[in-house]
Design a binder for this molecule. Structure first.
Ligand code: SF4
Length: 253
């Protein structure tokens, strides 16, 4: 199957089965989403959703957060990963929003990336989710699933994945495709042991094709048989060599 066909099947399947996929982070406005996405780096959405209600209550807007300090913010986010750095980033981000952007989350990806704690991935999430911009954020799930499915070819960096996805995905599905890939990676196409046998899209997945087709299985079996054969050959040689050694020791005596 060629890449173009994989994209067609990918879009068709998810448009039908998850047309309204959205982020699992809880938020009520662009500022809260920005805070939640900054916090979610290398942490689970579930954990972030546990800490944000109290955080948002205490700091309901950029002004409130900008007059706080990292020590105070730390107390609300101590259970997430890298709380020290994230507390500094949140306060810095709020200060910059107030000083440079009139207390509003900017829509421009370059402006977003000027904010402390906001990299390309976070900027793309905000641009796409809040401002409906044609952007695709590449996190670890998007990176892995896009590669496995064969939506990308030899893409070694998140930026390379982003660029390749943007070439093939129509603008109107770019935003939701990010969530399709994340959710599929989170619940089915797991990093260490993808649930290929239960995967509803295995029939157009490149990784599945490589690892589960008759030819791939035959190759794996041949390799296994060769390994077994080599191991038994080695065992036989070891037996002969130890018998020879014993014989030599006997004749010395
Ligand atoms: S078949 Fe396996 S590797 Fe392919 S998308 Fe499904 S779970 Fe992932």
């Amino acid at each position: 199957m060629n890449k173009k066909d994989r994209y067609i099947h990918f879009i068709e399947y998810f448009s039908k089965n998850q047309p309204n996929a959205v982020t699992e982070l809880h938020y009520g406005n662009p500022f809260e989403l920005l805070v939640a996405v900054i916090l979610s780096a290398q942490c689970t959405d579930k954990r972030i959703n546990q800490v944000t209600p109290a955080l948002f209550k205490q700091f309901p807007n950029p002004q409130a957060l900008s007059t706080s300090n990292p020590e105070e913010v730390f107390n609300y986010i101590r259970s997430v990963s890298y709380p020290n750095n994230k507390a500094k980033h949140l306060v810095g981000m709020a200060k910059m929003l107030v000083a440079n952007f009139n207390g509003k989350v900017p829509s421009d990806i370059n402006d977003l990336q000027k904010l402390p704690g906001v990299g390309r991935k976070t900027a793309n999430v905000i641009a796409s989710v809040v401002f409906d911009a044609p952007a695709i954020a590449v996190d670890t799930h998007v990176f892995r699933v896009a590669n496995r499915l064969g939506l990308t070819t030899n893409a070694k960096t998140p930026l390379a994945v982003e660029k390749q996805l943007m070439v093939y995905l129509p603008e109107d599905v770019m935003g939701v495709a990010h969530h399709w890939l994340i959710l599929h990676g989170r619940y089915v196409c797991l990093a260490r042991s993808p649930k290929c046998e239960a995967c509803p899209i295995s029939w157009f997945c490149k990784y599945y094709e490589k690892t589960h087709t008759e030819a791939a299985l035959l190759k794996a079996e041949t390799l296994k048989a060769k390994k077994l054969k080599d191991a038994s050959k080695k065992r036989a040689l070891n037996k002969i060599s130890s018998a020879l050694k014993k014989q030599a020791a006997k004749s010395k005596n």
